[in-house]
Design a protein around this ligand. Sequence first.
Ligand code: SF4
Length: 213
Amino acid sequence: MNKKEKIEHFKTVLFEMFPDAETELNYDNEFQLLIAILMSAQTTDKQVNKVNRNFFMHLKEPQDWIDMWEEEIRDFIDSISFYNNKAANIYKTCILLKDNYNNKIPHDLKELQTLPWVWVKTAKVFLSVIDNAPFLWVDTHVHRVLNRVWFVNTKNPLQTDKVSEKVFDPQDMAMIHNTLIFFGRYQCIARKPKCESCRLQNICKYYKWQTLA
Ligand code: SF4
């Protein structure tokens, strides 16, 4: 197979395996999604959902956060990492959303990044979930899978992020983003990839090396 054929095969397998792939963060509106993404830094989606099961009943709009006592917020989110920083920065984000954006989340990549603690990763994840925007954010799962299959040969997610946009077509990015995360979480697992049942064996360099070893 040439590279183009490998990419087609890769997409076909991923899209067939996870046809309904979407974020695993729970949310009821755009504001809650942004907050959930901010909370998920260095924390699993599962833990964020657990916290937000009760928290989001009280937090539906920026004003709800502004109205809460700081201690109350900390009590809700103190089981996630960096909860002090996260609470303070999300508070600032809520103020800005209220004062400058009439409580609406901007849908522009650059504008989103003017909000406190909204880095390019947060903005890309938000826009790819809400608008199917053509962004592939490279987290550790995406970085690992793309290197194992050998579509890229990079040392860290940042490097992978820079080159991955040359690998895939823009119109496929949102779907690839979601399916790759699932594939990394449930098939190409970091410590023990499930190679024996993997439909990408025929294009995977890691698998080839393992079988030759
Ligand atoms: S064959 Fe193994 S290493 Fe390669 S993509 Fe599949 S699970 Fe990952």
